[in-house]
Design a protein around this ligand. Structure first.
Ligand SMILES: C[S@@+](CC[C@H](N)C(=O)[O-])C[C@H]1O[C@@H](n2cnc3c(N)ncnc32)[C@H](O)[C@@H]1O
Length: 325
């Protein structure tokens, strides 16, 4: 299931409520806001959790989903030690209804509240903040609206036209993946991007020599965004499909599989993910918060896999495994 983990940060300076700044500035997770149409107000249904030691964020998320909220609309914002589980509604009645439904199951453990917030033109703001940057030693990210002013560098430009999905490259979880793929440049023929978002990792794989690329996402808006981004970069859109890894039947096994999901899903769907990786192929996983690393490594510490590379940042980790059996 999709969960969007954000970090609160100084985008407040732009008047944006809680989105995260990465080292590069803008975080992909403005997108739930950017996707909203533009009614004057939004209704934010949220709860604040002091920690996640007993999987409270998962409980909150499941309750929302059981009340009819789409999994991809649930956002978890990690801020210092606390977690905020959030959904945005256009309609106050709907927000109140879901609040009443979830709270009746909570018996005071924690409570959801509704807050009315002023809507802004998030898409315009997002576009203003997102600018050209060097993703890796090899690739520049170039928003399509900055193409005219882009001055060539020794790196290859990848154009991002639609940011209506996760994967601008600004988030560490994406940039770590880009580096892991780049590291194996020229040494894989087939590539599967599980949870492709904007399609960025699929494009990096293509530029690193992959010939057969598949990109899947269960979010229809991500599928549209990925297709659009592939198109503007001159690639076929046919490699992008709407599919859920939980029930995905891969047509074949791939030399390189990338899955930037969340720890819980990586562990829960490990069998499905692994079934897509060719023997002697590589699996790059990302979306792992540092505090979940030992849990993840335990789950992936199986005979079939050997960990060959770890990228560790301030909050996130990505790992590259080789499938040896
Ligand atoms: C963190 S984003 C990663 C996007 C991009 N690959 C990147 O690295 O920046 C996770 C993506 O996985 C998708 N996703 C989450 N759960 C999924 C599932 N069960 N099956 C397919 N896609 C999923 C989400 O919709 C989202 O686009």
């Amino acid at each position: 299931m999709a969960i969007k983990t954000l970090f609160a940060g100084s985008l407040k300076a732009w008047g944006l409520p809680y989105f995260c700044l990465t080292d590069n500035g803008f975080n992909d997770n403005l997108l739930p806001m950017a996707r909203q149409k533009h009614p004057p107000f939004l209704f934010e249904l949220f709860c604040i959790l002091q920690n996640d030691t007993h999987g409270q964020t998962d409980i909150a998320r499941e309750l929302l989903i059981n009340s009819g909220v789409k999994p991809e609309d649930v956002i978890v914002v990690a801020k210092a030690e606390t977690f905020r589980v959030v959904v945005y509604f256009n309609n106050c009645k709907k927000a109140d209804l879901v609040r009443a439904q979830v709270n009746q199951h909570l018996k005071g453990a924690f409570r959801f509240k509704v807050k009315k917030i002023k809507n802004e033109n998030w898409k315009v703001k997002t576009a203003k903040i997102f600018s050209v940057f060097a993703l890796t030693n090899k690739f520049d990210i170039v928003p399509s609206w900055k193409q005219k002013s882009y001055r060539r560098t020794p790196r290859m430009p990848i154009i991002i036209d639609s940011i209506n999905a996760f994967g601008t490259g600004l988030h560490e979880t994406t940039s770590f993946m880009a580096k892991l793929i780049e590291r194996r440049e020229g040494r894989f023929q087939s590539f599967l991007d599980i949870g492709t978002g904007t399609g960025l990792l699929a494009m990096i794989a293509l530029k690193c020599g992959a010939r057969h690329v598949w990109a899947i996402d269960f979010d229809p808006e991500a599928v549209v965004a990925a297709k659009q981004n592939l198109k503007v970069n001159g690639y076929s859109q046919q490699m992008v499909r709407r599919a859920d890894i939980r029930c995905f039947h891969a047509p074949k096994r791939f030399d390189f599989v990338a899955a930037n999901l969340i720890t819980r899903d990586l562990i829960k769907y490990k069998r499905q993910i692994l079934s897509t990786v060719e023997k002697n192929g590589f699996l790059a996983i990302s979306g792992i918060m540092i505090e979940n690393l030992s849990l993840l490594r335990k789950a992936f510490g199986i005979k079939k896999l050997r960990c060959v590379k770890v990228h560790k940042g301030a909050q996130w980790v990505a790992l590259l495994y080789k499938r040896i059996l």
